[in-house]
Design a protein around this ligand. Structure first.
Ligand SMILES: Nc1ncnc2c1ncn2[C@@H]1O[C@H](COP(=O)(O)OP(=O)(O)O)[C@@H](O)[C@H]1O
Ligand SMILES: [Mg+2]
Length: 241
């Protein structure tokens, strides 16, 4: 059975993955700081609303809401319009937590807290798309227990797969090291996209590679990626050597 596709709407990317993410799967994007992980996630959610009229939720756990808004505005995305119509939900979980607990503490949230929130939110909004930016931030909650992080992450992915939503998770890679912050994120995901930021003769070169995608015939080459005034642009025809 071939799964329906949820296109990212990012120029060049859908061509690499047979049209988009398979519906109701959990997808992962990793890369070093500044490699455009957040931009990828934002565009995935924004394009869903704009092009497909699909409700999307963007959970930000690293950047405060105002930073996300500023970035979107910089790429000409009109988020206010879609927030007002309830089609795009931009949630700063740290902020929510600080308010609920009226504490000034860092708003670190564990997977259980996220699931509790999402259970209601997904049902209430009927969202088709979800982005969680990032797992690296959630992992801080389990700093003392890698075993617990592993168990909770698997449970979280299981919850998402049963939730009738197509998810994009974000995690950081370690420069010169492993592809994901905790070394396990790629195992819970149905697909895994790696963003690169390489120093070539003093210039930063952006790349993208689809490393894994279940249910899909996909491209495995490393492609060049550009950021333009309207966001990410991937050259599906050219390769990086
Ligand atoms: N208008 C623009 N044109 C080109 N590059 C930009 C523009 N705006 C931001 N950038 C770059 O895009 C990067 C994307 O950042 P972001 O998505 O936040 O990365 P990450 O989440 O991986 O840390 C920024 O670090 C910056 O270098
Ligand atoms: Mg980011």
């Amino acid at each position: 059975m071939t799964k329906a596709r949820i296109p990212t709407g990012i120029p060049g990317l859908d061509e690499l993955i047979s049209g988009g993410f398979p519906e109701n799967t959990v997808n992962l994007v990793s890369g070093p700081a500044g490699s455009a992980k957040s931009l990828t996630a934002i565009q995935y959610i924004y394009n869903g609303v704009k092009d497909k009229d699909e409700t999307g939720i963007y959970l930000t756990l690293e950047e405060p809401r105002e930073n996300v808004l500023r970035a979107m505005d910089g790429y000409g995305m009109d988020i206010t319009k879609y927030e007002e119509s309830g089609k795009l939900i931009l949630l700063d979980l740290g902020e929510v937590r600080r308010r609920l607990e009226s504490s000034e503490e860092e708003g670190i949230v564990g997977f259980e807290g996220i699931v509790t929130l999402l259970k209601n939110l997904l049902e209430f909004t009927g969202a088709k798309r979800l982005a969680v930016d990032s797992l690296t931030a959630v992992g801080l909650y389990y700093e003392d227990s890698p075993g617990k992080l592993r168990r909770e992450l698997f449970k979280f992915a299981g919850f998402l797969k049963e939730s009738n939503v197509t998810t994009l998770l974000v995690t950081e890679s370690i420069e010169g090291g492993q592809l994901t912050r905790y070394g396990i994120e790629q195992f819970v995901a149905d697909s895994f996209i790696v963003l690169g930021l390489e120093d070539v003769k003093g210039e930063l070169r952006r790349t993208i590679t689809v490393r894994k995608m279940r249910f899909t015939k996909h491209d495995t080459m490393k492609h060049p990626m550009l950021i333009t005034s309207s966001g990410i642009n991937i050259s599906a025809e050219s390769k990086v050597f």
